[in-house]
Design a protein around this ligand. Structure first.
Ligand code: HEM
Length: 457
């Protein structure tokens, strides 16, 4: 009845890796009654996401997808096909494309400068200053994405809405293991645990928020606005095209862009700063590069960031050692197929353990689990190149469409907080939990916030 569920821990990417070290890079497990095919090597990931990509380009249906994402009418969970193509293309053309990314540079600059100003003010009034860097980075990421996607910030207490709380509640609900998903006869346990109630509650809160955002945009002076929501509303009103964007789907797009953008970007920034503070040599080398190439400027620009080799290596290393979505997003086979000599039935789910693949010592050598940005200097390994050893953004038809959007944001944020301040950790890890404890969901965050001490450089 429970299949292999008892062999999974609260950090499934860890336990699946342990199992793969024992049973091999291709395993068929049962999560309750559901067969799930686990991939833990670059070679098999290539077969799944390249050779047979079309056969597993669908996502499984789950309770969360049914309840919150209207049965998968959003981009990430809709079935592969025309609807998905149209929804994805709307997001790319109006928000995520290479062409759009530079147009938000001013917003990124204003928000990063604001964060630096807040930090400088706080440092001058208290020494030493303890900073909840996780919280600071969350506010920064949210505010930038609010402004880009929704046209303004919603973090002012006067707005009377705590979006940060809605997002973190949603992340927590995603992290809960819904037993009924895999063992339908035990669905009642989820009701008793309150999982169903939490799902409904967070869905309602988010929907109220989105309703308000859409209403504000409908009522605003259209002459002076052209943010992402305005563009979506224009598409919705356009009756000439074949594709009709319904209001429900429009809200799902906004929600998804918001969640996908904030959670992954925040996870990346939080873990990268954690690793840099834990590795003072790498931090010093990075600061030297940034400070010497932007000596006369108080703000490091995105153009300068592109030329910083060590910074680019740090970004690649962090995405490699701590991919924000370690198991990518699940897929499901829509047809029977034969893979590496095994028959796989349609309906089998596929989980690619990118975290394990990127720590595979047979590919990466014995220091595979160390934070060592140097390994990426003069290496042509890149997440755009579809090398299956390195897949933090997934691959194939369902590859993440937010790579350009996020790349523009993470480099310039890191460069500026590391240039302007020196950072050290608050205290040694507290008893019982070390500073690298993770909290799992689709995206991995720190279990405890990153508390650090900044000083002016
Ligand atoms: C460090 C930042 C990010 C990481 C590591 C990341 C990672 C991923 C991964 C692993 C997937 C699943 C790919 C697969 O199934 O093969 C994905 C899908 C997706 N991501 Fe991202 N992502 C990031 C940022 C963003 C941003 C900023 C956005 C949008 C604002 C975004 C939007 C999406 C969407 C819409 C999908 C679903 C694509 C589909 O199913 O067709 N991501 N992302």
């Amino acid at each position: 009845m429970i299949g292999n569920l008892h062999q999974l821990s609260l950090q499934p990417h860890h336990s699946l890796r342990c199992l793969s070290l024992r049973y091999g890079p291709l395993m068929l497990l049962y999560f309750g009654c559901t067969p799930v095919f686990i991939v833990s090597s670059a070679d098999i990931a290539h077969d799944v996401m390249k050779t047979h990509d079309l056969k597993c380009a669908n996502r499984p249906k789950t309770k969360v997808v049914d309840k919150i994402l209207s049965g998968g009418r959003d981009v990430a969970f809709s079935p592969y096909g025309e609807y998905w193509r149209q929804m994805k293309s709307i997001c790319i053309q109006n928000l995520l494309s290479n062409k759009m990314a530079p147009s938000y540079e001013k917003i990124r600059e204003e928000e990063i400068k604001l964060m630096i100003k807040k930090l400088e003010k706080a440092i001058s009034s208290s020494s030493p200053l303890l900073v909840n860097l996780s919280q600071l980075l969350m506010t920064l990421t949210n505010d930038i994405i609010y402004r880009v996607a929704l046209g303004r910030k919603y973090s002012d207490p006067e707005d009377g809405i705590d979006v940060e709380n809605i997002v973190s509640t949603f992340a927590a609900v995603l992290g809960e293991f819904p037993l009924g998903e895999y063992i339908p006869s035990l669905s009642w346990v989820d009701r008793i645990r309150g999982v169903d109630h939490k799902l409904e509650e967070v869905d309602k809160r988010f929907d109220d928020f989105l309703e308000r955002v859409v209403k504000e945009h409908e009522e605003a002076d259209k002459e002076n606005r052209s943010d992402f929501v305005d563009k979506l509303l224009t598409i919705q009103r356009d009756n000439t095209g074949q594709f009709k964007l319904e209001k429900g789907a429009l809200k799902l797009i906004i929600w998804h862009m918001f969640l996908a953008g904030t959670a992954t970007t925040l996870s990346f920034l939080e873990w990268t700063m954690t690793e840099l503070i834990r590795h003072p040599k790498a931090m010093t080398k990075l600061q030297e590069e940034i400070r010497s190439s932007s000596q006369h400027d108080s703000y490091v620009t995105e153009k300068q960031v592109e030329k910083m080799n060590y910074l680019q290596a740090v970004i690649k290393e962090a995405l490699w050692l701590r991919p924000p979505a370690p198991l990518l997003l699940p897929r499901v086979y829509s047809e029977d197929l034969r893979l590496k000599g095994y028959d796989i039935a349609a309906g089998t789910q596929v989980i690619i353990n990118a975290w394990a693949i990127q720590r595979d010592t047979s590919t990466w050598g014995i220091d595979a689990e160390e934070f060592r940005p140097e390994r990426h200097i003069n290496s042509d390994l890149d997440f755009h190149r579809q090398d299956f050893k390195y897949i933090p953004f997934g691959s194939g038809k369902r590859i993440c469409p937010g790579i350009e959007f996020t790349s523009a944001l993470i480099g310039v944020t890191l460069a500026n907080i590391v240039k302007r301040f020196n950072w050290r950790m608050d205290v040694e890890p507290k008893s019982g939990h070390d500073d690298l404890t993770e909290v799992s969901g689709l995206v991995i965050f720190r279990r405890f916030p990153l508390i650090a001490i900044p000083s002016s450089a």
